[in-house]
Design a protein around this ligand. Structure first.
Ligand code: FAD
Length: 394
């Protein structure tokens, strides 16, 4: 592939898709994004811990890290039942949000070749071209298809039959504006990452930016619950219309019984955690799942980000992994020489990184969900992507 005369289609216009498309466009490649959602995406205020790979493209464009994120100085480990401190370590992480990162990437790409309302339902390929079919009956063709369609990837399912495996727990997520909890509760969580540890699960809480043009930060939390697969999970993931949803039930669709359960269980938490959960105006629930693949390159179709390997969230670098897949793939495709050898080396490096990352996140999850040993500052559980041995393989 010469960097300029082949067309690339990206399916999925979130963090990985936009990062791939921006890097490819910079390399002179013609690129279109096809996104299922009819309107701009919303992360419902999900917080993200900043890793260098996540914000690399934005920082390279001259966007200040300070405008994308808020700082922290420590990591606190607390018994979430009693409120007793289990230790605090210094830590200089920065926190951002899905909306901030996505919003900035979308602004840089612009809407000219970002096609909303294009839900991929079918694809086929031969040695020259990939053909895509969308749910609105339209079709498109490209020389390469980058599948960045996330954890429930249709492309991964079509090519490999792989679906994410339920991890055995869900996460309740919530977001608070200043004034929605007492000042002392706000201060308790501000400026740090807090682990609230329990025998049968855990909470995390940290501040995130308030959004474009807003000075004040927001507080976001997640509370991970062990929920058995079967009737218990089915009931939790059924919305007010009676539909069993596979990934998330958003606040407005939650059955009252499930919301009451959240509030009842919050009463058993130590004060700051209880107040955080009880005062969040729109909590919602998401299933935790992961998936891995043995191959990312399938002829002219390449899987990246969560569409390739979907990690559970505990090591705070799923977005970073997605952006790293995207940037490095764009580098290979944009350069265009020895494409098959370069793609093979790229795949091997990215898979090595992704598998090591998934293993780390799984180990963290199994400790955190069972009251296992979780020492403050354990380097094995540091946030971020693992180092891969052959960084120069590209
Ligand atoms: P996604 O962001 O899932 O995007 C997939 C896109 O594809 C979506 O826009 C979707 O609408 C679109 N799409 C899907 N199907 C189709 C179709 N058929 N046709 C067209 N478009 C389609 N990461 C971090 O780095 N740090 C964190 O702190 C962190 N915390 C997390 C907390 C939680 C609870 C969760 C669930 C994830 C967290 N992550 C975190 C992970 C991070 O959000 C994901 O790894 C990242 O969003 C993956 O990006 P992606 O672009 O690969 O996929």
């Amino acid at each position: 592939m010469s960097g300029t005369n082949e067309r690339v289609a990206v399916v999925g216009g979130s963090i990985a898709g936009l990062t791939a498309a921006l890097n490819l466009r910079d390399a002179g490649v013609e690129v279109d994004i096809y996104e299922r959602s009819p309107q701009p995406l919303s992360g419902y205020g999900t917080g993200i811990v900043v890793q260098p790979e996540l914000v690399r493209y934005l920082v390279e464009q001259g966007i200040e890290l300070e405008s994308l994120s808020v700082p922290s100085t420590s990591m606190a480990y607390v018994d979430a039942r009693t409120g007793n401190s289990l230790g605090t370590i210094p830590s200089a992480h920065r926190f951002t949000s899905y909306n901030t990162v996505y919003g900035q990437l979308l602004k840089l790409f612009s809407m000219d070749r970002y096609h909303n309302n294009k839900c991929l339902v079918g694809l086929d390929q031969d040695s020259d071209v990939v053909r895509m079919r969308f749910s609105d009956g339209t079709r498109a063709e490209a020389d390469w298809l980058i599948a960045a369609d996330g954890g429930a990837s249709v492309v991964r399912k079509r090519l490999l039959g792989i679906e994410p495996q339920y991890a055995g727990y869900v996460t309740w997520r919530g977001l608070l504006q200043p004034g929605e909890v007492a000042d002392e509760i706000w201060d308790y969580f501000d400026g740090k990452f807090t682990y609230g540890l329990l025998d049968d699960g855990h909470l995390i809480a940290y501040p995130i930016p308030g959004g474009e043009g807003k000075e004040a930060s927001l507080l976001n939390f997640q509370w991970y619950w062990n929920v058995q697969e079967g009737p218990e999970l089915d009931e939790l993931m059924t919305d007010i219309r009676g539909t069993r949803l596979s990934r998330s039930v958003h606040n407005k669709s939650l059955i009252q019984h499930n919301l009451s359960q959240l509030h009842d269980r919050a009463q058993e938490l130590a004060g700051p955690f209880r107040d955080l959960v009880l005062n969040a105006p729109s909590p919602f629930v998401t299933v935790v799942a992961d998936a891995t693949v043995d191959q990312m390159v399938h002829g002219r179709v390449v899987l990246i980000g969560d569409a390739a390997v979907t990690p559970r969230p505990h090591a705070a670098a799923g977005g970073a992994k997605a952006c790293d897949d995207a940037r490095t793939l764009a580098e290979v495709l944009g350069r265009g020489d020895d494409l098959s050898g370069s793609l093979q080396r790229w795949e091997s490096r990215q898979l090595q990184q992704a598998r090591a990352y998934v293993r780390k996140a799984q180990e963290m999850g199994s400790r955190l969900q069972s009251g296992g040993l979780f020492e403050p500052g354990d380097p094995n559980f540091a946030f971020g992507l693992p180092q891969v041995s052959h960084q120069s393989a590209l």
